[in-house]
Design a protein around this ligand. Structure first.
Ligand code: LLP
Length: 427
């Protein structure tokens, strides 16, 4: 299979009697072998999204830096590195993961508003491609760390283009009031400041206006502002080698019309073709979002007033998006067993907000398996151990093979770093 997962259910195949499959593997057999809850990814779907993303942009020969926060599993990063991906990181931990996965620091950009001294040192030692700097104080800090290490730090400023990406407020980052980036009005002044710092080497301009953006015009507006900045900097004698347009291109979760890569690429190509600056991008969700699902089993069904609940073994600690953003994820019964009814899909966590999906018409019985779709991005990566719940196993499907890429956590590892102070023993 090499089809691009455009709609969430494009990841699935199989029929009513066999049950749902990912590639050529039955989800029922994945559940039997690895248990539930379990994240399941399709290698061919990841490859298809990667190829769709990169092939349309090929006329600009960009460096595509996968946003590690979307899915940091080593096997996923390794697969992407083999496909030619660079990486966008926001912590020293993510840099260590990139290296552990066989990715290249020289194709890695370091974003994020709060880089610590030790993270900056680690990134300089590793030879990252560029720091995306988000404040004047950070410029000063990187300059001083680079000076101490006797090196020059490659930098871009993340500029806040003040465009409205029309997305969920928690994931819009390009507005004036956002904590991210430096204000548009101050950008030239800060570049001039940076150009006087001997341990900084100005490489590029950068922006990231938000995530799950399904309109194309904000991308065009943001890039126009960046290009205007590049011209202003040129006039000041500050040459720019690359333009990093960030990530943010959306996918379909429910009925959103996700932008076609051809149309997104056209916006960039129209503005950048023939220019000397090299293009960088930082997609996360678009590459992996619809290439993964969360497989869960129904423990109980119950009614409460007019409501009917399916209580499943996955919860908000495994997939936080519905509780945090009221995000909608499509849910499918793995096998049709007859008797559709409307259910809320709820997890075992002790929070009223632990509802993974509301009002879904589904065939659900005790013991049935459900697939929660579009969970490849910001699913596992945002999971936690709330309620002392071990995080799920993760499985990568490759044709007829199901490969374990993360063990289910074991209970003892959850408290292995906790310490009962000696005096407590005498109580
Ligand atoms: N670059 C930077 C600097 C970012 O902050 C992000 C995402 C990306 C790239 C990748 O964005 P993408 O292409 O995946 O939209 N947890 C939220 C999403 C938070 C996104 C944070 N930044 C969610 O589950 O929807």
């Amino acid at each position: 299979m090499k089809t691009l997962p455009i709609h969430p259910s494009d990841l699935l195949s199989g029929n009513d009697t066999q049950g749902l499959h990912v590639e050529h593997v039955a989800l029922e057999s994945v559940a039997n072998e690895f248990g539930t809850p379990c994240y399941v990814y399709s290698q061919s779907a990841i490859e298809a999204s990667w190829n769709d993303f990169t092939s349309h942009l090929a006329p600009l020969s960009p460096m595509v830096c996968f946003a590690v926060k979307a899915n940091p599993n080593l096997a996923i990063l390794n697969l992407l590195a083999r496909l030619g991906s660079g990486f966008d990181i926001v912590s020293g931990g993510e840099l260590a993961r990139v290296i552990a996965a066989g990715g290249s620091p020289s194709k890695t950009v370091f974003s994020g508003v709060g880089k610590s001294v030790s993270e900056i040192e680690f990134a300089l030692h590793s030879g990252v491609f560029c720091f995306n700097v988000e404040s004047e104080a950070e410029l000063d800090r990187i300059h001083s760390v680079a000076g101490r290490l006797g090196t020059k730090a490659p930098i871009s400023l993340r500029v806040n283009p003040d465009v409205n990406a029309h997305t969920h407020p928690y994931i819009a980052t390009g507005l004036k009031e956002s904590k991210f980036g430096v204000a548009w009005e101050n950008a030239v002044m800060l570049y001039e400041h940076a150009s006087r710092m001997s341990n900084l080497s100005i490489q590029g301009v950068d922006c990231h206006i938000g995530s799950q953006i399904t309109e194309l015009s904000p991308f065009g507006e943001a890039l126009d502002r960046l290009l205007n900045l590049v011209e202003q900097l040129k006039e000041k004698g500050i040459p720019i080698e690359h333009i990093d347009v960030g990530g943010g291109i959306g996918i379909c979760y429910r009925d959103e019309i996700a932008p076609l890569m051809a149309d997104y690429a056209k916006i960039l190509i129209d503005r950048l073709k023939g220019r000397s600056e090299h293009l960088l991008l930082e997609p996360g969700r678009r590459i992996i979002g619809n290439a993964g699902l969360l497989l869960t089993r129904v423990e109980y069904t119950k009614t409460a007033g007019d409501k009917r609940f399916a209580l499943v073994d996955a919860a908000m600690n495994d997939l936080m998006r519905p509780a945090l953003y009221e995000a909608w994820h499509e849910v499918r019964a793995v096998k049709k067993q007859g008797g559709e009814q409307v259910f809320d899909i709820a997890g075992p966590v002790c929070e009223s907000g632990d509802i993974l999906a509301r009002d879904r018409l589904l065939e659900v019985h005790e013991g049935s398996l459900l697939a929660i779709l579009s969970a490849g991005a910001y699913g596992s990566s945002m999971s936690s151990n709330y309620n002392t719940r071990p995080r799920p196993a993760e499985v990568l499907i490759q044709g007829t093979r199901a490969m374990l890429i993360r063990n289910r956590e074991t209970l003892s590892t959850l408290w292995k770093d906790e310490i009962i102070p000696a005096h407590s023993a005498s109580i």
